[in-house]
Ligand binder design. Structure first.
Ligand code: ZN
Length: 276
């Protein structure tokens, strides 16, 4: 079973989406220009992609996760190819993380900057693709140095998003789920023996900022904190860290808040192994 939580950045619609069955979790972090070519918007895209990817992987539990994600992307594109301009560079896109627990192994997939953290008896393994940061060069750091809410910050953030939009889903750029199912082939994947599994969780990047952007915790500590606080409690802790540093003085970051979501695997061996 999974325990889930999702929380919108204060004052904004939630562009994250999380869905799970007993042995499969999908976390989607929607992005893109709010209505770039698509009148449905980013939140709609994130919801649809989560549901359609879940449907594909539940219907065919043995297919590679990449194939399930490709089917999900194709199904969403089919929903609005006739009403929206899916060739618009601002069309909605999303980072996707998937965790699947099988009788013998656990499978992880990350397309873009969602983190699938599988803690093994040898320590945590993180599946995540940070190509978006490499392609963005020094711009995120420049944005993070500015005060939130100022015109300078808004302009720098817009320039960063424009650069990310121009380089997305290109061989020399970074890959994310959008309208072309071929993007799924660029996801990072990993599989581990079930016997080595200690715990596992899928996080959107708004939930991992205390580890990556803020560098307050290392993964083992952060996973311990999740066990103690639970998914909603951990996100509340992220919000309290952000609120205590409202201008990013202590912890420079591109945005004060971000949508935050996670799906924590609740290890219950008899239930998880029921398919075997
Ligand atoms: Zn649309």
């Amino acid at each position: 079973m999974f325990s889930l939580a999702t929380d919108a950045a204060p004052g904004r619609p939630n562009e994250d989406f999380v869905i799970a069955s007993a042995d499969l979790a999908v976390v989607v972090d929607g992005a893109g220009i709010p209505f770039g070519g698509c009148h449905h918007g980013v939140a709609w895209y994130a919801r649809q992609l989560g549901v359609r990817t879940m449907a594909a992987l539940v219907a065919s539990p043995d297919v590679p996760l990449v194939d399930g994600l490709a089917a999900g992307i194709a199904a969403v594109a089919a929903l609005h190819v006739d009403t929206c301009d899916l060739t618009n560079p601002g069309t909605p896109c999303a980072a996707v993380g998937v965790l699947r627990v099988g009788p013998d192994r656990v499978d992880a997939l990350a397309l873009s900057d969602v983190s699938v953290v599988v803690d093994l008896d040898t320590g945590p393994e993180v599946t995540c693709d940070l190509s978006i940061e490499e392609i963005s060069g020094t711009e995120p750091a420049a944005v993070a140095g500015m005060r939130f809410g100022t015109p300078e910050h808004a302009n720098a953030l817009a320039a960063l998003v424009a650069r990310q939009t121009a380089t997305r889903n290109r061989p020399d750029g970074w890959w994310v789920a959008a309208a072309d199912p071929a993007a799924a082939q660029y996801a990072r994947t990993a599989s581990y023996p079930i016997d080595a599994l200690v715990r596992a969780t899928v996080f959107s990047d708004g939930a991992t900022r205390p580890v990556d952007q803020m560098e307050i915790y290392r993964w083992p500590e952060f996973l311990d904190l999740l066990e103690k606080l639970g998914p909603a409690g951990l996100i509340a802790h992220v919000r309290s860290l952000e609120a205590a540093d409202p201008h990013g003085d202590s912890y420079p970051r591109t945005k004060r808040h971000d949508d935050a979501s996670l799906a924590q695997l609740m290890l219950d061996k008899p239930l998880i192994n029921r398919r075997s």
